[in-house]
Design a binder for this molecule. Structure first.
Ligand code: SF4
Length: 425
């Protein structure tokens, strides 16, 4: 049976799952779940994926890694389906996956701790010493895709009151410029047509490197080093930490996709303060207005939390309003859920039914704004990167149908004539 890596959660997990897949190789009777624990729902989905994988592969070695191995270790440890846990800090350690492959089903991995029916990888670094970032070894560690995720940063030094990610991923650390360029070259060499820079707190990239370069300098370096790269995209950014060089690139560099996804979290200032976010609603509005003045086709996405502790109806309405004020067309709405060992979990909670209702209202508002935006794209030429499902993504990340037989990775100009169920055709 072939090795299988099931990825949950964020783009950083997707990038890491690619590396694990390549490190494991094809021929190993191993299933890896790269888990997520950002919300209670993500943990539920992780447990569901574990049970489903065990049912599908009763004899395979089932290993779990990812943030849930750090944040929900005891819960996972109680699951008989699991053969071993690989701490987040060790998930890109080639030795772990070599051991997993070589040991087959009979004997457990060298032990560091007992879990369910199996073990914690012995050569995993102790929980909190997250190793520095390294690029994949040349030729290995990546799988060819039309769009490649490059993890330029990991971990986080902030302490937003609702967030468990620092517990799961440790302090912020950056990949050096040389290593980023090496990884981008690897992906381009394997046919990637678009590169997405990702991480946990991407705008903190460089703070731990000599001379503390900022993210804008990295983007510039990539575009200069690879003139043939025509599509560079950013994943979620902290708007208040967008540096001047990055702003100028967003405002005027055609090879940087006009798609700004903000880690906004909420539209009410008092809630933003209680979240310990570093921005206020006016900061986000000003950033988007200034960018739109320079690049009118820029599209905005945002992460938003519904039902944060102490949120009342007026604050919720402020959350709804900011979706329209920023013209958020890629809205990711998260119903608040208390996370272990976070300050927000100790604040007065909003009841579950209200959280659900508010999340639904936020999603409805974001869907209305998106629909309105998509209608404006009908009749306009779109540069589309084709995927392998008969659709592709425009520079703005709108989904567009591509002509039958179009190969994945083709970049073509399409002028959609209609909008059908959110798909431009
Ligand atoms: S910036 Fe805040 S929300 Fe983002 S990972 Fe860090 S602590 Fe979590």
């Amino acid at each position: 049976m072939n090795a299988e890596v099931i990825s949950l959660g964020c783009r950083l997990n997707i990038a890491e799952s690619e590396r694990i897949r390549a490190l494991l190789g094809a021929t190993a009777d191993v299933v890896v779940i790269n888990s997520c624990a950002v919300t209670a729902e993500a943990v539920r989905q992780t447990r569901q994926a574990i049970r489903k994988a065990r049912r599908a592969r009763p004899d395979a070695r089932l290993l779990v890694t990812g943030c849930a191995t750090e944040i929900e270790r005891d819960q996972l440890a109680a699951m008989p389906e699991i053969d071993g846990l690989v701490p987040n800090a060790a998930k890109l350690d080639a030795r772990v996956w070599r051991e997993a492959k070589d040991h087959g089903n009979s004997s457990p991995l060298p032990l560091a701790g007992a879990v369910g029916g199996g073990s914690v990888a012995a050569n995993a670094a102790p929980d909190h010493t997250h190793p520095p970032l390294t690029p994949p070894a040349s030729g290995r560690g990546t799988v060819s895709h039309t769009r490649a995720f490059v993890a330029v940063q990991n971990g986080c030094d902030h302490a937003c009151t609702f967030c468990v990610i620092p517990q799961g991923r440790g302090p912020s650390r950056s990949l050096s410029v040389a290593d980023v360029l090496r990884e981008v070259e690897l992906h381009l060499g394997q046919g990637a047509q678009e590169v997405v820079l990702t991480g946990v707190d991407v705008t903190s990239w460089g703070h731990d490197l000599p001379n503390h370069p900022r993210l804008g300098a990295l983007v510039r370096a990539i575009l200069d080093a690879f003139p043939r790269l025509t599509r560079l995209r950013m994943s979620s950014l902290d708007g208040i930490e967008v540096d001047a060089a990055l702003f100028e690139l967003f405002a005027g560099e055609p090879r940087l996709m006009p798609h700004l996804h903000l880690s906004l979290q909420h539209g009410d200032d008092l809630i933003l303060k209680r979240m310990k976010r570093r921005h206020l609603r006016a900061d986000a509005i000003s950033l988007v207005q200034r960018l739109r003045a320079r690049r009118p086709d820029i599209t905005v996405g945002a992460d938003l939390i519904a039902g944060f502790p102490t949120e009342d109806e007026a604050m919720h309405r402020a959350n709804l309003r900011i979706v329209r004020e920023l013209g958020i067309v890629h809205g990711h709405v998260f119903p608040y859920s208390p996370r272990p060992r976070t300050p927000a979990a100790r604040m007065p909670q909003v009841d579950t039914a209200t959280i659900k209702r508010r999340a639904a209202e936020l999603r409805k508002t974001a869907a209305e704004v998106r629909q309105g935006w998509l209608r404006t794209l009908v009749g306009t030429p779109q540069s589309v990167l084709a995927e392998n499902d008969g659709t592709g993504h425009a520079a703005s990340f709108a989904r567009v149908a591509v002509p039958k037989g179009t190969g994945a990775g083709a970049i073509l100009t399409i002028t959609p004539t209609k909008l059908v169920e959110g798909l431009l055709q």
